[in-house]
Write a new protein. Structure first.
Length: 389
């Protein structure tokens, strides 16, 4: 799987990352800005409150500054956090503005402490947020006692709950970012390991053969003037070694291109999720006693089945099961893929199922596919011991 940060791989910006285009910028702005609805009380107080012109102007400027600092702190801090010094500075400005506006303009401005609590929960480390949020609630309550104790009591619990809820959201975002980075690191390490394995295999396959070809070429060159028969023998050996090296390389390439059942199971889960299908699949397949050819055939069967579910079935649920069974013909590994869709066009097996049947038969397996009561079911079986043993 590729990293979700690549353009075009996701419909929305991943959680924890900054917006990548104007659309994502608008979505995240709306997600954060919708909470500004709680500023209706201060705005109504400015428009209809009994304040002097100077107090109204000062209140408007203070509210504008408060909203600007709040959006800067919370919006920018999602994905690209500020340094601790900047967070504390901007948070301190929010605290001072909330305190001054609530003390000078009345209880209608106590709601600013809700935003202060959200900012603390979103930007501070957990240990600091656990102190700052209750402190903000206490300060808000003490200010409210002077003008409207009932409203202060109601907001006290709200400030605590929203602040601590935001710490959970913030922790979730941090964890998601760390998981994405870890996944990218694991993918990079896996790619590096695969390159190293390829390099080792090529060295093991071709190193000896190429060295032997070089040595025999030198011998043939030395023998050619005086011993043409021996030189011809060396040339024949060179041809034999080079042909065997070519066979070895082809077999190695075939092995690299062979699908693996574990990888197909993981890929099927991703494909079903991307198509909006609720899928259930085993995480780690038990391939005890399953030959590589049989595993490859099952992997192809799973890929074909999931492709049909995603493209043609119209299903919204899909169940993938992998079971070891004992049959009259011996032990087998059974792959069952069942969905609740329409089963396709119903015009008989397509080219994909026909080719899949032939592939399974070559591995000694069988394929059954058809409609069931509530959808479509495909069952592929392969022997769990090599044929002829």
């Amino acid at each position: 799987m590729t990293e979700d940060r690549q353009a075009g791989t996701t419909k929305h910006a991943p959680v924890g990352w900054p917006p990548r285009n104007r659309r994502e910028l608008l979505v995240k702005t709306l997600w954060i800005g919708v909470w500004l609805v709680f500023l209706s009380s201060p705005v109504d107080d400015l428009l209809h409150g009994d304040h002097t012109t100077g107090a109204t102007v000062a209140g408007s400027l203070g509210l504008t500054a408060f909203v600007g600092v709040y959006l800067t702190l919370v919006f920018r801090n999602i994905g690209r956090p500020f340094s601790p010094v900047v967070v504390l500075t901007l948070g301190g400005i929010l605290g001072v503005l909330a305190l001054v506006l609530a003390v000078t303009l009345g209880s209608a401005w106590l709601g600013l402490f809700v935003y202060l609590s959200v900012a603390w929960g979103a930007t501070l480390p957990l240990w600091a947020a656990y102190w700052a949020i209750p402190a903000s609630a206490v300060v808000m309550y003490l200010i409210g006692l002077r003008s409207d104790e009932e409203e202060a009591q109601g907001l006290f619990l709200l400030v605590l709950l929203i602040g601590f809820a935001m710490t959970g959201v913030s922790q979730l975002v941090r964890t998601t970012v760390e998981l994405r980075k870890a996944r990218a690191t694991v993918a990079q390490l896996a790619a590096n390991e695969e390159r190293l394995r390829l390099a080792r295999d090529l060295h093991d396959l071709l190193g000896h053969s190429l060295s032997l070809i070089t040595l025999k070429s030198e011998l043939a060159g030395r023998m050619l003037p005086d011993h043409p028969d021996k030189a011809a023998q060396q040339v024949a050996d060179i041809e034999r070694v080079s042909r065997q090296a070519l066979v070895d390389v082809r077999e190695a390439v075939t092995g690299y291109r062979r699908p693996r059942l574990a990888a197909e199971l993981a890929g099927s889960q991703v494909a079903l999720t991307a198509a909006g299908v609720v899928g259930e699949a085993p995480a780690e397949p038990d391939l005890t006693g399953v030959p590589e050819e049989a595993e490859s055939a099952l992997a192809w069967a799973l890929r074909e089945a999931v492709t049909n579910v995603v493209r043609h079935s119209g299903a919204d649920r899909c169940l993938v099961q992998l079971t070891h069974r004992q049959t009259l013909d011996g032990p087998v590994l059974e792959l069952a893929v069942e969905d609740n869709g329409s089963g396709g066009s119903g015009k008989g097996p397509g080219n994909g199922l026909t080719g899949l049947t032939e592939r399974l038969e070559k591995a000694g397996g069988t394929l059954e596919a058809g409609r069931v009561k509530h959808g479509f079911r495909l069952v592929a079986r392969v022997p769990t011991a090599p044929r002829g043993t």
